[in-house]
Design a protein around this ligand. Sequence first.
Ligand SMILES: *[C@@H]1O[C@H](CO)[C@@H](O)[C@H](O)[C@H]1NC(C)=O
Ligand SMILES: *[C@@H]1O[C@H](CO)[C@@H](O)[C@H](O)[C@H]1NC(C)=O
Ligand SMILES: *[C@@H]1O[C@H](CO)[C@@H](O)[C@H](O)[C@H]1NC(C)=O
Length: 361
Amino acid sequence: MFGLIIRIVTKKTLVIFRYFGRPKSFLVLLPIVWALVAFGPAIWWLAVETSRHLLLPSPPTQSLEHYRRNRSLHYYLDDIQTLIEPSLLPCTTPDEMVVLVLVASAPLRFDHRQAIRKTWGAHLPTYFVLGLQGDNIDEQLVDNYVEGKQYSDLIVFDFHDHYQNLTLKTALMMKWTLHRCPQAQFLFKTDDDVLVNPWTLRKVLNENEDTLLLGYNKRDSYLHRDEYKKWYTPRWMLREDYVSQYLSGTGYLISGDFISKLLKNAYEVPMVNLEDVYFTYLVAYRRLGLKLAHERRLSPYKPWLKASCLYWDLASVHSMEPDEMVTAWIKIEQYGKLDNHSDVCWFYNTYLRDFSELALY
Ligand SMILES: *[C@@H]1O[C@H](CO)[C@@H](O)[C@H](O)[C@H]1NC(C)=O
Ligand SMILES: *[C@@H]1O[C@H](CO)[C@@H](O)[C@H](O)[C@H]1NC(C)=O
Ligand SMILES: *[C@@H]1O[C@H](CO)[C@@H](O)[C@H](O)[C@H]1NC(C)=O
C-alpha cells in the first residue's frame, strides 16, 4: 500500500519535471511568475493586516496622563470611597485567619467570578475587588449591588476600573485588609483568570510562615517602551529600562504584619502603572531592601500538557478562561478530596517535578 503511494507520487513528480523541461513550458511558467510578482506583495500585505486585526482588535488606549499630575498614592487613595462591601464580613471572629484572598476583577467579568465561586473560591475566604467601568455607572452599580447581596463577596470602590489603575486596586486591597481583616496572617493578591489550588496554597503557606513577601520571582525583565503594548510604561514614569527582579502580579502573598509597612513606604514612592513592579520591586526590593523569595508553585504560567499532577503541583495557574478553569478544577478536586495527600503524584514528585517547567507556558 505504502509502496504504491510512493510510486504514484514519484511518477507524478517526474511528469511535472518532464513537462517544465519542454521548450514551450515557459508559456505556462511565465504567467505564474508574473502573477506572483504582481500580486504577491498585495497578498502578503493583506495576510499581515488581517492577522494583525484578528490578534489585536485595536491598540490599547493609553491614558497615563493623570499620572503626570500627581503620582502620590496617598493623594489618590484619600479620594476613593468604598461603595459596596460584603454584608458578612470575613473577619468577624477574633480567630486567626491563615489567608485572605482578594481577587482583582472588573465589573463586567461576571463569568470569571462565577467560575471561581464554583471552584476554588468555595474553599478559601475569597473576595472580588472592582472599580467602576463603562458609560452607565448607575446600571453597573445596581448589577453589582445585586450580585454582592447574593454572594456577599464583592468589594466595589469608587475609582475608574482600568488595567492601568491596577496599582490603585492593589493598594486598595491592602488598605481594606488593614481595616477589615487585620487578623489575616497573609493576604493573597490574585487575578480573576487565575486558578488557585487551595490545598497546595495551604502547603506553601505552612512552609513559609515567616516570609514577608512571596511569589514567582521574575528576573531580568525589560519594560515595554512601545505605546501599543498593553503593559507600556513611558520613560518619564520609570527611567530604568530594566527590572532586575519582581514578583509576578498573577498571585503573591503579603504577610499581614508587613502590609502596613509596605503601604506606608509606597506613599513615598511615585506610582507606576505596573502594580507588581511597583509594590514588589520599587517599594519592597529597592526602597525597603527586602529579599524577594521565589516560589515556583505560585506560577504565572499554565500547563500545555493537561496532566492532573501538573495542576496538583502548582498553587496557581494563570490565563484561564472560565470554562477552562471549571474543567481543570475537576482534576484538582479529585486529589483534594482524598484524606491523605502524601501519596498523591509520588511518581511525578520523584521523577518528573524537576522538569515540570518544560510543560508550562
Ligand atoms: C500630590 O498629592 C500629595 C498628597 O496629597 C500632595 O502633598 C502634593 O502636593 C500633590 N502634588 C501635586 C503636584 O499636586
Ligand atoms: C484611574 O483612577 C483615577 C481615579 O478614579 C482616575 O482619575 C484615572 O483617570 C484612572 N485612570 C485610568 C487610566 O482610567
Ligand atoms: C498518609 O500516608 C503516608 C504514606 O502512606 C503515611 O506515612 C502517613 O502516616 C499518612 N498520614 C495520615 C494522617 O494518615
